[in-house]
Ligand binder design. Structure first.
Ligand SMILES: Cc1cc2nc3c(=O)[nH]c(=O)nc-3n(C[C@H](O)[C@H](O)[C@H](O)COP(=O)(O)O)c2cc1C
Length: 389
């Protein structure tokens, strides 16, 4: 077993173990992938202030997200088809998150169902909703999430239609994979993955199949979103969904100050500054670049979280020091899951935690809540989305 020290190490193992179709699904952005790349390269533009001769004993990374205590300012983001990256993927990731003390968010487009994840965990998780045209389906899935004890609804706003990701079209992405000749040749090299899949019944969209009617091709994400996702989603509908849910609400996919103000008016507990990991509007700025203007717009009455591009504990520190209350990770935990199942997700969380903790110390901080702009060296113009840097 190689010595794993970084999220990149996990990505490389994941690439070897997962079928190409699912690796490509995870590791791509839309169109030219400019936003996908800038999500990570913009983090690298921010530097850290090195401080010395400061007491760095008794450090803590503990904080809160929407009033919930968390071991570090990180939650697992909703990721569709997680159960195709590794058999029973959502259950394994949820268990790892629970043991680590960070929130897990279950996607609408998960393989393991809400009820299944609830049956295998002991603490409430969060449920992410894509708004569908079928209001009855939406009402029922929200009720199922409530019945399962989900403690927050994460409403994703940046995917009313699917951004084009070339590789998914070329690979004929589906869950379970359709057995074409190229797919079968590739699957023949993924023995561990195949054995895992043979040993589980969870191979379809667990929240959808058997719960939604009139679905043309329930295996195809592309066909599904085209048929079912609500192109007419508006702030008025979001307000109705807020009332229908009646619990804590997180609005995800905000990447503009004007939208952040609208989200604040809705009365959300938190917003997630996000461009869906560069998978939707290619050409949009990275979320870390948009964060300052959004924070200026909403002040400190709404909790602001951030995702897209986090691959290390240093990235988490930079986001928090820039003013985000917390972060979400998508690919970073999927790499771990695809590499080594539950142990891999735990490994990803351990890596991020250790990097965050040590970096905090070397910046002269002992408490994650004390991080701020004073810890960073930010290039001139970074906060101004119109500046060229
Ligand atoms: C493979 C994959 C599937 C995703 N599926 C969903 C989803 O079902 N619902 C959702 O709200 N966001 C989804 N996202 C977006 C993530 O929640 C998150 O915003 C994104 O991964 C953050 O960027 P990062 O991967 O660079 O951390 C997905 C992201 C990836 C990589």
């Amino acid at each position: 077993m190689p010595v794993i020290t970084t999220i990149e190490d996990l990505r490389q193992i994941y690439q070897r173990r997962a079928p190409r179709m699912f690796y490509d699904y995870c590791e791509s952005g839309s169109w030219t992938e400019q936003t996908f790349r800038q999500n990570t390269s913009d983090f690298a533009k921010i530097h850290l202030r090195q401080r010395v001769a400061v007491d760095m004993s008794n450090r803590t990374t503990e904080t809160e997200m929407i009033g919930q205590k968390v071991a570090m300012p990180v939650a697992l983001a909703p990721v569709g088809l997680t159960g195709m990256q590794h058999a029973d993927g959502e259950i394994l990731a949820a268990k790892a998150a629970e043991k680590f003390g960070v929130p897990f968010t279950l996607s609408t487009m998960s393989i393991c169902s809400i009820e299944d994840v609830a049956a295998h965990t002991t603490k409430p998780f969060w449920f992410q909703l894509y708004v569908m045209k079928d209001e009855d389906f939406v009402r029922r899935i929200l009720q199922r999430a409530k019945d399962a004890g989900c403690s927050a609804l994460v409403l994703t706003l940046d995917l009313q239609l699917l951004g084009q990701r070339h590789k998914d079209l070329k690979n004929g992405l589906s869950a379970p994979p359709k057995l074409t000749i190229p797919t079968m040749i590739n699957l023949a090299t993924k023995v561990q993955w195949g054995l895992g899949m043979l040993g589980t019944k969870r191979r379809f969209f667990g929240n959808i199949v058997g719960h939604a009617t009139g679905v043309g091709d329930p295996a195809s994400l592309g066909a599904w979103t085209a048929e079912q996702f609500d192109l007419q989603l508006t702030w008025a509908k979001i307000e109705k969904l807020r009332d229908m849910w009646g619990g804590k609400l997180i609005l995800k996919g905000i990447n503009d100050a004007e939208d952040a103000i609208m989200a604040q008016k809705i009365g959300a507990e938190a917003i997630v500054v996000s461009n869906h990991g560069g998978r939707q509007l290619d050409g949009a700025h990275s979320s870390i670049r948009m964060l300052p203007s959004i924070l200026d717009a909403v002040g400190d009455t709404t909790e602001v979280h951030l995702d897209s591009g986090i691959r290390s504990g240093q990235d988490v520190l930079k986001a928090v020091a820039m003013g985000a209350k917390s972060t979400f990770i998508g690919r970073s935990f999927v790499y771990g899951l695809g590499a080594m199942g539950e142990a891999g997700v735990t490994k990803a969380l351990e890596i991020i935690h250790a990097e965050l903790d040590k970096t905090m110390a070397l910046c002269g901080e002992r408490d994650v809540k004390a991080l701020g702009r004073h810890n960073l060296i930010v290039p001139q113009g970074f906060e101004d989305p119109t500046a060229v840097i």
